[in-house]
Ligand binder design. Structure first.
Ligand code: NI
Length: 401
């Protein structure tokens, strides 16, 4: 059986991809600077005789593995970038790049996908269709992200991809657990910038001016009512104005205030609704008080949406790899952003969490993503590799029908 073969080949290549991981971890590169990383990926994919394209959406790389039998095309995606944070894990293969660290585990994603490329290449005579291995830059580069650039450069075309799968290493789940949910997997994360103009005058004679500070205060309060009055109590959303700047002196009525914030939503309808209502509310409030304003709503990452059909296939694959016991049904989407969302907007997809917390570590004590002590359990990687291989075959089988 193919599944047994994958087990055997995973063991054969385990040291190889674990070495890739350690090497990538030691040499992290931030968004759009993944030059060494993508060079390494290119060389490995070429050594496997894949059809390799470089420079897709910046430092992105694509390798196509053509199976020996006809069938559809599906894609597996990994991200390659690291974060600007000083590593404090103290591990033997810690970052050698000052102030840069793989604190979101994208090194494991790249290493696991390379491991899967080794294994799947070896069984290509049994593959029905083609598999695109997508290594993308700049997942952390919100609000634009690296995925849209790759999509613009045609990563989902020639040959056309009919489904895409991705994983994220996940520190709250235990090693040996794989998490999935149908529908929304992550929050949409947008940026909100507002500038309010009034008219300055002496603080003692406000009737001759238009106070931008008072208008801003009113606008912020009105914005918060959108959450309580326009969003269903069964849905949720956040509007945070994290920064205000304005005014010049204590005794001058301010003529200008800038607001800077973020909007997080889960349901796409709520996202659209809030974008519209924010603009209406701010403009209405400012106009009523005699000022003028500019509202700049910057669309960031949408929500990752797990397609029902692909999710059902992936859930079955998870059971094959870790059994019912290892299948973790995610109840709440992650409030963070993930730019895999741009792929899932275009084609059916499933995004899965790969648990990486050692069995003996309580969840509260294990460092989370983006923490300077985050280091995944190396025993987690084989589960991710086997899942990626098996899900590719399972999805090819099912979308091919
Ligand atoms: Ni990440």
């Amino acid at each position: 059986m193919l599944q047994d073969l994958i087990e055997t080949l995973e063991q054969k290549y385990r040291n190889t991809y674990l070495e890739y991981w350690k090497d990538l971890h030691r040499h992290p590169e931030p968004s759009y600077e993944e030059v060494r990383t993508s060079g390494k990926v290119r060389d490995i994919l070429k050594s496997l005789d894949l059809e390799v394209k470089t420079g897709i959406g910046g430092t992105g790389i694509v390798g196509v593995l053509k199976g020996n039998n006809p069938g559809p095309v599906i894609a597996l995606r990994a991200d390659m970038d690291a974060l600007q944070i000083q590593e404090e894990t103290g591990c033997s293969f810690a970052s050698e790049n000052e102030g840069v660290m793989h604190a979101c585990g994208h090194d494991t994603h790249t290493a696991m996908l390379l491991g899967a490329a080794h294994i799947l290449s070896e069984i290509k005579d049994q593959i029905k269709g083609s598999i695109k291995f997508i290594f993308q830059p700049a997942e952390e580069s919100s609000p634009t992200g690296g995925a849209p650039g790759m999509i613009r450069d045609g990563v989902l075309e020639n040959p056309k991809v009919s489904a895409i799968l991705g994983v994220h290493i996940w520190p709250t789940l235990k090693t040996g657990e794989l998490g999935i949910r149908e529908g929304i997997m992550s929050a949409a994360s947008d940026r909100l910038q507002i500038s309010i103009s009034g008219k300055s005058t002496h603080a003692a004679t406000p009737e001759f001016g238009i106070d931008a500070v008072v208008i801003a205060a009113q606008a912020i309060s009105s914005l918060q009512t959108l959450i309580s009055r326009n969003v269903s109590p069964l849905d949720s959303a956040v509007i945070t104005i994290g920064k205000i700047t304005g005014g010049t002196r204590y005794n001058i009525v301010a003529d200008r205030v800038e607001l800077d914030g973020t909007v997080r939503t889960f349901a796409p309808e709520t996202r659209k609704l809030l974008a519209r209502r924010i603009e209406e509310t701010v403009e209405g409030t400012v106009r009523a008080m005699g000022g003028t304003c500019e509202v700049n709503y910057r669309w960031g990452y949408p929500s990752v949406m797990n397609n029902p059909k692909i999710t059902a296939i992936a859930r079955n694959t998870i059971k094959k790899i870790v059994g019912e016991k290892g299948l973790y049904e995610i109840d709440m989407p992650n409030p963070g952003g993930e730019d895999f969302a741009f792929f899932s907007e275009k084609i059916p997809s499933a995004f899965v969490w790969v648990g990486c917390r050692p069995q003996d570590k309580p969840a509260e004590e294990f460092p989370k993503l983006h923490n300077n002590r985050f280091l995944p359990d190396k025993r987690a990687l084989p589960f991710g590799v086997k899942y990626l291989c098996q899900v590719a075959l399972d999805v090819l089988e099912e979308v091919g029908e």
